[in-house]
Write a protein that binds this ligand. Structure first.
Ligand SMILES: NC(=O)c1ccc[n+]([C@@H]2O[C@H](COP(=O)([O-])OP(=O)(O)OC[C@H]3O[C@@H](n4cnc5c(N)ncnc54)[C@H](O)[C@@H]3O)[C@@H](O)[C@H]2O)c1
Length: 349
């Protein structure tokens, strides 16, 4: 049971992903560690709110007004992206702290408004880039030296979900945020190709991104694949790092420095090369404690709300990823136009 000073939380949007937020808040309430009380859930489809509320033993509300009347202090915003601003604005204006699902908003202007509102109303506001809480990503952070070349694949089978946005805002945005975090450099240039396959918007895309540091990242994202893949690999001096988000697994291959007696090796003399031992490669797997990223994310959000501290993933981080995603969408539109693909309007892409 939650204690008297339990944080009163709610979830707005109880679709496929919002239901996960409800499940985790309910778990956190049960295990007592976070002193949280799930006061209720809201969905524009009241029957859906009722079904999820019934499943997790909480109240169903018809509107954000009803959630506010129940004295919610913090809430997850898990409505479709196009509705993030409207819902989060109402919550923040009424003193509620928010965790806003990714992508932060549909446009950079909307993201700016969210940042302005959070500042104006003194709200703790976090963007739901949950891969930041993936233990494989966390285990990779201390390994970073000078990543120069990233290769990223995020492939999903087709579903009817998140079709209000394209695959860049739906899937690639996760990796954009992670690569920007790893590369620690501004984006210099973006080249991209993308195609609508089963929906009216871009369903598959390939992007080449160059950073001011000289690093390069290649991203492939698809929501029309026959398999599910979530992989990020990168090279840095003498090292290859392979991260599997789904398996929460990291493999590091390090090339051993040349032995001192190889200093005389003449690389243009086949006999000299053959006579020498080639540098060895040492594999290493950091110890990783598996954890559901969403649980870590929501726990971190609640802690930030309690302590009034800056969230681990800020709205500015969400805006940063969205701005790059927007650049990619524009590069895809430019490419489609240049090679005379059937036109995707700005609103559709
Ligand atoms: N972090 C992740 O890995 C991840 C994964 C999937 C989805 N998401 C994000 O979560 C959000 C929801 O995605 P989903 O897949 O659950 O979508 P969904 O379509 O399954 O659910 C959205 C729900 O919101 C409700 N809704 C729509 N407008 C509303 C409003 N104004 N007020 C209240 N309820 C409203 C709908 O009735 C629906 O039940 C999106 O922003 C999506 O990008 C994040």
């Amino acid at each position: 049971m939650p204690s008297g000073d339990a944080l009163r939380v709610g979830v707005v949007g109880t679709g496929v992903f919002g239901r996960n937020h409800v499940r985790i808040y309910r778990d956190l309430q049960s295990d007592g560690a976070q002193r949280v009380q799930l006061v209720g859930v809201v969905d524009a489809d009241f029957a859906r709110a009722q079904a999820v509320a019934g499943e997790f033993g909480t109240q169903a509300f018809r509107s954000v007004d009803e959630l506010l009347a129940a004295d919610a202090q913090a809430a997850s915003v898990a409505v479709p992206t196009l509705a993030h601003l409207t819902v989060a604005r109402q919550l923040m204006q009424n003193g509620v702290d928010v965790l806003i699902e990714k992508p932060l908003a549909a446009t950079v202007a909307e993201a700016d408004e969210l940042i302005y509102l959070a500042e104006k109303h003194g709200r703790i506001a976090q963007t739901g880039h949950l891969e930041r809480f993936n233990p494989a990503v966390r285990a990779t952070l201390p390994l970073l030296t000078q990543p120069m070349f990233f290769e990223v694949h995020r492939l999903s089978v087709f579903s009817q979900r998140s079709l209000d946005v394209d695959v860049i805002l739906d899937l690639m945005i996760h990796d954009i945020d992670i690569v920007l975090t790893f590369a620690k450099s501004a984006v210099k240039e973006v080249r991209a190709v993308g195609l609508p396959i089963l929906s009216a918007k871009t369903d598959i895309a390939n992007v080449r991104m160059e950073f001011e540091s000289g690093a390069v990242a290649n991203f492939t994202a698809s929501r029309v694949s026959t398999e599910r893949v979530r992989k990020l690999r990168f090279f840095q001096p003498r090292q290859y790092v392979s991260l599997d988000y789904s398996r929460q697994d990291v493999l590091v291959l390090t090339v051993d420095p040349l032995a001192p007696d190889q200093a005389d090796l003449d690389p243009f003399d086949p006999a000299s090369v053959a006579a020498s031992a080639l540098p060895g490669i040492t594999p290493f797997k950091p110890a990783i404690e598996p954890q559901e990223p969403l649980r870590a994310e929501l726990s971190s959000f609640l802690q930030g709300v309690r302590q009034r501290s800056t969230p681990e993933v800020t709205l500015e981080d969400g805006r940063r990823a969205l701005a790059v995603a927007t650049q990619i969408v524009e590069a895809i539109a430019e490419h489609s136009h240049r090679v005379r693909l059937p036109e995707l309007t700005r609103a559709e892409s």
